[in-house]
Design a protein around this ligand. Structure first.
Ligand SMILES: [Zn+2]
Ligand SMILES: [Zn+2]
Length: 280
């Protein structure tokens, strides 16, 4: 693993490349959909993606925005789209204008303000939906949804010919199902979990867990707008995700130590579902 490529982790056919370490860097790329959640300092594994969903403006999550824009210009790539909290758009635009002055070069970029429940279409079957999170500054999480057409239950017993006949009469025989595939939280207090029902239903949930044991109290974690493992453990039964991927773990825990604490504190029945993201 290196900062050039990020660490790889996968779920079914989807690959993720990323790094996440509290206060230092967080950027998780999903190359299949040409997007990333947060950009850390703008690592090479992010530079060819089209869309960037920024959770909030702290430097460990968003510092890479100007660098990615400049690298895209240098390699002649199309304008990148950065989705971000509304309050971040104007200051980020000022930063770009300042950098344009320094470099005496004009950059192309698109900063798209987001609000809770906004939806952004990625392709015919996939879109991203925004959910609110609770941090020290305006912050959001993002969910990738997949849509599938499924035959309505009342038509399940029909033959192929009968279905074709219904279609010919322009009768809608199928429903569209929306599946929350991946949710990403950025930095947040645990309350985000109750803000929208689909978060807990996401197949994969990237969940910040900055503190893992009593070296920091829940109270201190909350004071800084973060989540403590002690707050996650009692919620595990209600989270329906097939994979709960812990990110943003504090650098006070070594990789080995973090794994040891997680495996000793997470009940055995959840060991297959709760994992530490491999890149830090
Ligand atoms: Zn952070
Ligand atoms: Zn933060």
């Amino acid at each position: 693993m290196s900062v050039l490529a990020g660490a790889e982790w996968s779920y079914q056919k989807y690959k993720f490349f990323g790094l996440s370490l509290s206060g230092i860097r967080t950027a998780i790329a999903m190359p299949d959909l040409s997007l990333a959640f947060d950009v850390a300092q703008g690592y090479p594994y992010l530079l060819n993606l089209k869309r960037f969903f920024i959770s909030h403006g702290h430097l460990d999550h968003a510092a890479g925005i100007p660098y990615i824009i400049s690298q895209k210009a240098m390699t002649g790539q199309p304008t990148a789209q950065f989705y971000m909290p509304t309050s971040l758009v104007e200051p980020m635009d000022q930063i770009m204008k300042t950098w344009e002055r320094i470099e005496q070069h004009q950059y192309k970029y698109e900063f798209i303000p987001v609000r809770a429940d906004d939806e952004f279409q990625l392709n015919a079957q996939t879109y991203v939906k925004v959910f609110p999170t609770q941090h020290r500054v305006e912050s959001y999480g993002y969910t990738v949804f997949e849509t599938h057409k499924k035959l309505k239950p009342e038509y399940h017993n029909l033959t192929k010919e009968e279905i074709v006949e219904l279609r010919r009469k322009r009768i809608e025989v199928s429903d569209i199902h929306h599946t929350p595939l991946v949710s990403f939280t950025g930095d947040t207090q645990i309350e985000f979990l109750d803000s929208r029902p689909w978060i807990r239903q996401s197949k994969v949930l990237f969940l910040e867990a900055t503190y893992l044991d009593d070296r920091k109290s829940i109270e201190r974690a909350r004071q800084w707008g973060h989540t403590h493992l002690d707050e996650i453990l009692p919620r595990l039964t209600e989270i329906q995700s097939e994979q709960i991927v812990l990110i943003h773990v504090s650098s006070r825990y070594s990789d080995q130590e973090a794994r040891r604490i997680i495996s000793s504190r997470v009940p055995a029945e959840f060991h297959d579902r709760v994992v530490l993201f491999p890149g830090r």
